[in-house]
Write a protein that binds this ligand. Sequence first.
Ligand code: AMP
Length: 412
Amino acid sequence: MPFSKLGLSQAMVDGVKAMGYIEPTPIQLRAIPLVLEGQDVIGSAQTGTGKTAAFALPILSKLDKHEPRPRVLILEPTRELASQVETAFRDFARFTNLRAAVLYGGVGYGKQMDALKSGLDVIIATPGRLLDHMERGTCRLDNVKYLVLDEADRMLDMGFLPDVRRIVEKCPRERHTSLFSATVPPQIETLIKWAMKNPQTIEIGARRSPAETVKHVIYPVAEDQKSDLLRELLERVNYESVIIFCRTKHRADRIAHLLKRNNHAVAVLHSNRTQREREEALKGFRNGRFEVLVATDIAARGLDIADVSHVINYDVPQHPEDYIHRIGRTGRAEATGDAFTLMVAEDSQHVQSIERFIGSKVERIKLENFNYKYTALFEEGKPGQPVGYERKVKGVRLSGGYYFGPAKRRRR
Ligand code: AMP
C-alpha cells in the first residue's frame, strides 16, 4: 500500500516522497489510519521501526496551515532524540508553512524563547526544560490537540514520570494522545489509564531476536582484566568504527580516557556532557573523525547512527531489551557487524535474562593468546569441557574457537 492511499494530506505524501520513502513500514500502516481517525494509540514499538513518521505524518496532516499557538506537543526522554524528531518533523513538513522547534536543557534560553515568541505549531521537548518554560510563562499548552509521549519506558527509567504528569495536566482534556514504549511496566500502565481514552494498542517491531547480520559473542573475563581485554580486542579487530557501551557515565569517562591514552580517536556520549559536546561527539563519529564512541544506554538510545562495524558491551546491559538495542547499532541496512560482550562472574544473572529474552544461548569465546586469569565463568557449560570448543546448548550446536585475522586496523 503506498503512502498516497493512507489518507494523509498531499503535503505529507509529497514530504515522504522527497525523503525517499517508498512504502510505509508496518507500524506506519497500522498507526496512521488510527491517528487520522482521532484514536488514542499505544505503540509498543522500538526505534528503527519508523515510529516517528507513524505519529508525525497523520498529526501534521491534520494541522493544515500555520497557527501561532502550539497544537502539537511531543515529549522525548533525551535531547538527542528530541532533536532527531524535530529534524524528522521539519523534513516531513517541508511543503507546508507549519513551524516546529525543539526545547531541551543544557543550552541557553534565548533561541528557544525567540522560537516560542515567533509562534509554533509543534513543540518537541524534554520534560525538564519544558516545565522551566511553562514556569517562566514563555510557553502555554492550553491549545494542545495532539500529545505524544515517546519512549515512555525510558522516561520512566530516567525519573521523568512526575514531570510528565505535571505537563499532561496542563494540556486540555480534549486532545488526542499517543504513547510509544518498547515495554509497558505497571507505572506506564497507570499513566496510560490516567492520560489516555480508549487507546488502541499496536504491537510491532518489538524485536526480540538479534538481526541475522550481527554476529554476537560473549567474552568471559575476570573483572580486573576487562580493560586489558578491551584494549587487546581493539588492537586485533579489523574495525571501521566501534561503539563501546558502559553502564555508568563515570565508567564511560574512564574507558574513554584509557583509550585516548592508547592513541584511539575517541568521543564520549553521556548525559553529563554539555549539549555542544554531545553534538560534536556524534558529528565527529558520523563523519569518521572519531573511530570509537564510548556511550551509556541513555545517551545512545534511538540514535540513528549508520555504518558501525562493531559494538562492544564493556558492561553487560541491565535490561535484556537494551542488549538487542545495543547490538542493533551494527549490522544495519543489510551490512554485517560484530558485537562483543565482556562478561564477569557477577553478570551471570543478567546474561541469563538476556538469553531467555532472545530465546537462545550466546556463544562464549576466548581471545587467542590473551593472558587470561582464571574466572569461575570458564567452568560454564558441560563439565570437563572448556569454553570455546564445540558443544551443544539446548540442542543448538555451537562452535567456538573464534579467531581473529591478522592485526590490521584502519587508522584515520
Ligand atoms: P524511527 O524508528 O522513526 O527512528 O525511524 C528509523 C529510520 O527509518 C529513520 O532513519 C527513518 O528516516 C527511516 N524510515 C522511517 N520510515 C521509513 C519508510 N517508510 N521507508 C524508508 N525509511 C523509513
